[in-house]
Design a protein around this ligand. Sequence first.
Ligand code: ATP
Length: 446
Amino acid sequence: MDKLVSLCKRRGFIFPSSEIYGGMGACYDYGPLGVELKNNVKKAWWKAVVQQRDDMVGLDASILMHPQVWVASGHVEGFADPLVDCKQCKQRWRADHIKDGKCPACGGELTESRMFNLMFKTCVGPVEDEASVAYLRPETAQGIFVNFQNVLNSTRKKLPFGIAQMGKSFRNEITTGNFIFRMREFEQMEIEYFVRPGTDEQWFKHWVEERFNWYTNLGIKKDNLRLRQHAKDELAHYARACYDIEYLFPIGWSEIEGIANRTDFDLKQHAKFSGKDLSYFDEETKEHTIPYVIEPSAGVDRSVLAFLADSYDEEKDKEGLRVILRLHYALAPIKVAVLPLSRNEKLLPISREVYNSLRNCWMVQYDDAQSIGRRYRRQDEIGTPFCVTIDFQSLEDKQVTIRERDKMRQIRVPIEVLKSTLEAKLNGEPLDILPPGGKKWLGFEG
Ligand code: ATP
């Protein structure tokens, strides 16, 4: 974890929030590369669960919602963790995280546990009284339930169908630490998938499989991912089944996503508290039903951490240590780096031309500082799949070298096919398939 945290800080992926003031507990800021990586994770999720499916639509609900939402959902009453204080050093801990009944920091005696609600309260409007209390949402899911009828009426979707939403959630977590694994402000990617009662088990299986495969399709090693079924006594009282997708983080196996069969609990609760009809009229049976709901709920930040941890690699070579982020191409913050061999001004026009034509398509970096070897290293360390090198021969033959990150192999291609070649390679075409006029260059032996 230390290596990741230091790489993230050094290369501009993730910084502690408000660092110049000493930081803000369990809040983090995504730097120039981090915001690209995080956006790519969100894009990949949206593509898989909305863009490529006929039975899904998207939503972006507000963070502040009517306070009754959280009464109906059960959060005001029950979204709490057991809290204990250390009588000696005064630190606070989550009672269910304590192993031997003593303070993990100083070994001191702990108080009796009491429940602590994790929702952040704020006030809406100029008067701060009980009537103006609102909560920062602790999950995005409720925004979907309260819009169930709006989406149904405006899209005329038929069961089964789902609504996807991603966005910020807030939880006043008691024990934090572990970098972006547990934050007080974080992002979620959530789906509520509405089905006919009786078909819920089949859809539950479908989503568990879909969501597991999403991580492996984006490069997470199968050995580092597992499913954990919740025991009966772990399940929320309304849930029929729940699986966690766990990743082998540097801190051990921990949840990145939960998939739950929530039955008809949420829609029924909101119907009861709002007095509105939230049923679905089934044209086939001519009956009103309250759909069952399958909820795959993932954390953006935990996914980012899993992708970073899984792709981090080190190789010893004669110059020392080569650090590589072997990120899936779809996730890599920078897709291509344009590297003129030297700062010689003869190389400048052609290099800028290549750079300008590529940056239309992808996030591209231009780097002409220091030796070419060092520049390759810098790109490997941030996961850039391809470097394009422009040398003096390029002035003559109008060809450039493409060097790939993982095995450091190189091909030489005419500039006129550079963009189409990179596009094909970024879409997964093997490097040894050459474009017209291309040739294998370095690193292909063995
Ligand atoms: P945990 O048991 O770790 O507290 P949870 O079971 O309360 O998590 P859910 O309510 O199921 O989490 O939230 C769904 C997802 O949102 C989690 O799988 C996780 O990826 C993410 N998530 C939840 N809390 C946090 C947090 N404090 N920081 C970062 N991500 C979080």
